[in-house]
Design a binder for this molecule. Sequence first.
Ligand code: 8YV
Length: 327
Amino acid sequence: MSKKILITRIIPAIAGDLLKQAGFDVTVWPSDKPMTKEELIEHTLQADALLSLGSNKLDRSFFETCKHLDIVSQFAVGYDNIDVAAATNFKIPVCNTPDVLSEATADVAFGLMINVSRKMFYHHKQILKDEWKQFEPLKNLGFELSGKTLGIFGLGRIGSIMAQRCKGAYGMDVIYHNRKRNPELETKTGARYVDFDTLLRESDVLSVHCALTPETRGLFDKQAFSKMKKTAVFINTARGGVHNETDLIEALQNKTIWGAGLDVTNPEPMRADNPLLEMPNVAVLPHIGSATIEARTGMARLAAENIISFYKTGKPVTIVNPEVLGS
Ligand code: 8YV
């Protein structure tokens, strides 16, 4: 009998097509809303493998109920919605979709940086409110990025692309803080490894590209913002949980920092009455980092290939808990 794969949301058809071509019995949750916890459990109990999304909370109790699963293949690079330790406990491989969305996400970080430095969303909103009355020689001036210092927190694939974009476009000096040093990027961009406090102190633009983990949760808080330049811009395209949003609002209101560009918020979705949306030096997007045809197609393909490769060879393409595979 063929293995049953549950895809928890409608994603690019390539995922279902590849899985069907490989002989799997594929069910796609047909609603345009994420499954509830109950729906997820009820339908996962009928499946052998899960192709999940970031909106599915796969916690310990989920894995205790669904320990029969052969594999969880996530349609996202981030997997903070998954209790990987619990999955590992039940020897369930967990896979993600790195690389295929790196260009798209770095573009959003780069776009937010330019946008905030010139208050573009704010100016656009002014036109919508019919507030474009006359030329203003002094009002709402932005700043230029050439020669400024870019600080990268979390120098993985996306952070590296952002660093190269900023170096190439504006000749920015790049500094970074990461768990490990990246000699290749240091050679390519002249990036300098610094400790966390130096990153806070020296960055004109500080862009967050780390995973959300117990170590990074809430790391950008009142104390961190207080160490940054008053002229600094904070960019987050990683996970909203890495910053404390109340502290960020306060830091912007008190002019502790100059501006912020967010593709991820805390919580998500952000509500329309959030004070950040009314601030001239802030740009917010609704978590669209990977929202290109190329990236989403690549994610769907890789999520399917992880399942196919696992059943064919015993090894998925991109696994986050390889220890479950044994020797
Ligand atoms: C997804 C993301 O759109 O890959 C990630 O980690 O944040 C986005 O690409 C989102 O997580 C949906 O699964």
